[in-house]
Design a protein around this ligand. Structure first.
Ligand SMILES: CC(C)(COP(=O)(O)OP(=O)(O)OC[C@H]1O[C@@H](n2cnc3c(N)ncnc32)[C@H](O)[C@@H]1OP(=O)(O)O)[C@@H](O)C(=O)NCCC(=O)NCCS
Length: 222
């Protein structure tokens, strides 16, 4: 049997006219790790909770590898994190993550993302979020998607607003050693449906549905 027969997520792909979100094999994991090393943000601006990308090679690549491997290794239908590599023109350009706890009952996902700096500001951020929302709402039958961004992350906040999210309060979190304000955002199924696209294709999803807790799970067999 092939790897994809045991772990059908390897066959999962969300395809839009401009890009694909692919569940990565190890070659693609290594490729996206190199994209991160080229830079994700200006020095001094930290868009993430931790400084995982602010360490020199080869430590940074190892951070990315371990991050994606840990998502794979810790997956269960009741608690999953799905890191999808963004591929445009045949090349990895970033990462779009979608995660959930108790999805079978809560039907709620969270997302996080980054693009290599060379690929930012060209609409890919909006396109990849639209793609992952299509996976969540159309493919997995979610009812709610949540996101968050630091108050000064204009690009991330603009992506969310453009796709119909509304603000849902804020939270004071540690950004490095200092507390700072993260803006919470939520997109309901109703608001997604008003803006949904019909040009996004889900490939290889059916055998993955039990993995997401989105179909009867055969996961916990005796
Ligand atoms: C956040 C991110 C994924 C957005 O992707 P992107 O491809 O740069 O964004 P887009 O080109 O799709 O632009 C989306 C919107 O943001 C606006 N925007 C883009 N870059 C901007 C910037 N530096 N400042 C202000 N607005 C910006 C665009 O004008 C657009 O607005 P519009 O929809 O009103 O026209 C990307 O910038 C990124 O990876 N940033 C660093 C990592 C990060 O911040 N991740 C998110 C953590 S919460």
């Amino acid at each position: 049997m092939a790897l994809v027969d045991h772990w059908p997520l390897f066959g999962l792909c969300v395809r839009t006219p401009r890009l694909e979100l692919r569940y990565p094999d190890d070659d693609l994991v290594a490729e996206v790790a190199e994209v991160a090393v080229q830079g994700i943000h200006e020095p001094g601006f930290r868009p993430f909770l931790s400084a995982w990308d602010e360490v020199p090679p080869p430590h940074q690549q190892r951070n990315t590898l371990q991050h994606l491997w840990s998502m794979r290794g810790s997956w269960s239908p009741t608690s999953w994190k799905c890191g999808l590599v963004v591929v445009a023109h045949g090349q990895a350009i970033g990462l779009q993550t979608v995660l959930a706890k108790s999805f079978a009952t809560r039907r709620t996902v969270k997302t996080g993302s980054w693009l290599g700096q060379a690929h930012q500001g060209r609409g890919y951020g909006t396109e990849m979020r639209a793609a992952v929302l299509h996976l969540a709402f159309s493919g997995l039958d979610a009812i709610r998607a949540e996101s968050g961004a630091w108050h000064d992350n204009a690009a991330s906040l603009a992506v969310s607003r453009r796709l119909g999210y509304v603000e849902n309060g804020d939270e004071w979190l540690l950004r490095g050693d200092e507390p700072d304000r993260e803006i919470r955002l939520v997109l309901t199924r109703e608001r997604w449906a008003q803006r949904r696209r019909h040009d996004i294709e889900l490939v290889g999803l059916e055998p993955c549905l039990p993995f997401f807790g989105a179909a009867e799970a055969d996961w916990l067999l005796p």
